[in-house]
Design a protein around this ligand. Structure first.
Ligand code: URA
Length: 433
């Protein structure tokens, strides 16, 4: 078998067999298939696509390229959640303690942020002392003790995805549905959970720009999980504006604590309740109404916040920062961006807002860039809100004046203020079971 023929077959629109997909992916991981052939193959997939069976095979081959987590030492149904990536998405910080406080075990592996989207590991590390690197046994032991642990993905979790994603990133082949689905689901399946709640973002800050595309991605991911013998639900949710009001690592921890105190923005609360209740439905085999009651009780009673504090302490973090989270912003400067016109927030280009946050220092443009945890944005106005001359649109938390200026340029381009008030859209567009 030669890589050349496999590339040619896909280029001409034919279906590949398991042996062919395995030959190419394993060869790429072990170095016998060079970058230029894998790049050509990815472009062929971009134009010719893969059907559900090929996508499932690709997912499995990728999953098997490295370590596979065995969670059998943890009792009960283990439930994981994944977001396809957005701006201001701090739901994992909220869901992990919340769901675990309701009795469902959460053994989670998360990633760092890159480009316009943030990462859970960076957000957690903005809490002084918090450690995200732990041995596998320690990770499992912690879940057994307190019900929740979040660690960074190990280098050997789906190495095929690391290599393939790096190539997709420089060959304009990231946004192909079968490649996205296999990339996400190979990591989820290797993570070892029994059930998955997938938050598929749609809108200007997401990979998927239309509900139709998001729906196709959701269906294929849910079907991959089922073929692998696991349960999954995908929720197609709004990313046409940032989620919640705060963007930036420490700021997102502060907003997560607000939600766990039963405060915080309504869009974030709505999504939290929907995702958490679905996870609990799977974890405890109860119906959704009952799960929603558990979620609300745990937030209202302070149980979920208590679990967050316990979880932070177990991973070496200083939980006094959760009691008084504003301490995380100590010393940072604040610039208030005010409107010079009257009108309504007609639109928010969320990808540009994410890039503006990255320029400010909240994210990375390259893998080894350092993050400034305390910088970011806090929006007072969101889509559909009326705005008067002189009113604050958002606060920018910054440390470097040059970065502030560069960030404001992007930010100004990303906010569309006009005369017509857009209708408020729903947070959850569709649920695919
Ligand atoms: N997230 C991933 O993990 N992989 C993709 O291809 C896209 C989003």
């Amino acid at each position: 078998m030669r890589a050349y023929e496999i590339i040619q077959k896909k280029r001409d629109g034919h279906k590949l067999s398991e042996i062919e997909i395995k030959f190419l992916v394993d060869g790429f991981v072990n170095g016998s298939v060079p970058d230029y052939q894998m790049a050509a193959f990815l472009m062929a997939v971009f134009f010719r696509h893969m059907d559900d069976e090929e996508t499932f095979t690709l997912t499995n081959v990728m999953k098997n390229s490295g370590d596979i987590m065995d969670l059998s030492a943890i009792e009960g149904v283990k439930v994981d959640k994944h977001s396809t990536g957005g701006v201001g998405d701090k739901t994992t910080l909220i869901l992990a303690p919340l769901v675990s406080s309701c009795g469902v075990k959460v053994a989670k592996l998360s990633g760092r942020g890159l480009g316009h989207t943030g990462g859970t590991i960076d957000k957690l590390e903005s809490i002084p002392g918090f450690k995200t690197s732990m041995k596998r046994d320690q990770w499992i032991e912690q879940v057994n003790k307190i019900g929740v642990a979040i660690a960074g993905q190990t280098a050997n979790l789906v190495p095929a995805d690391k290599k393939i994603y790096a190539l997709r990133d420089v060959t304009a082949t990231v946004d192909e549905i079968s490649l996205i689905a296999s990339s996400i689901m190979s990591k989820k399946l290797a993570g070892g959970s029994d059930a998955f709640v997938l938050d598929v973002k749609v809108g200007s800050g997401a990979f998927m720009k239309s509900i139709e595309e998001a729906s196709r991605l959701s269906k294929i991911m849910v079907s991959i999980a089922k073929l692998a013998g696991r349960k999954a639900t995908a929720m197609i949710t709004d990313m046409d504006q940032p989620l919640g009001c705060k963007i930036g690592n420490s700021l997102e921890v502060i907003e997560a604590v607000e939600i766990l105190k039963n405060k915080g923005p309504s869009d974030l609360m709505e999504l939290t309740v929907a995702l958490a209740s679905k996870m609990i439905e799977y974890g405890l085999s109860i119906d959704n109404e009952e799960a929603v009651v558990k979620v609300r009780d745990s937030i209202e009673s302070g149980k979920a916040l208590g679990k967050f504090e316990e979880f932070v302490e177990f991973q070496g973090g200083d939980s006094s920062f959760l009691k008084d989270p504003e301490k995380l912003l100590h010393g940072v400067k604040i610039y208030s961006l005010k409107s010079d016109v009257n009108g309504y927030m007609e639109g928010m280009n969320t990808e540009k807002i994410g890039i503006a946050a990255m320029i400010l220092g909240a994210g990375r443009s390259k893998k080894d860039d350092e993050i400034d945890f305390s910088v970011g944005f806090d929006f007072s106005k969101k889509k559909g809100d009326s705005i008067s001359v002189g009113e604050e649109i958002l606060k920018v938390y910054y440390n470097d004046t040059n970065k502030l200026e560069a960030s404001l340029e992007f930010l100004n381009e990303s906010l569309i203020i006009g005369d017509s008030q857009p209708e408020k859209t729903t947070m959850i567009f569709d649920i695919i079971q």
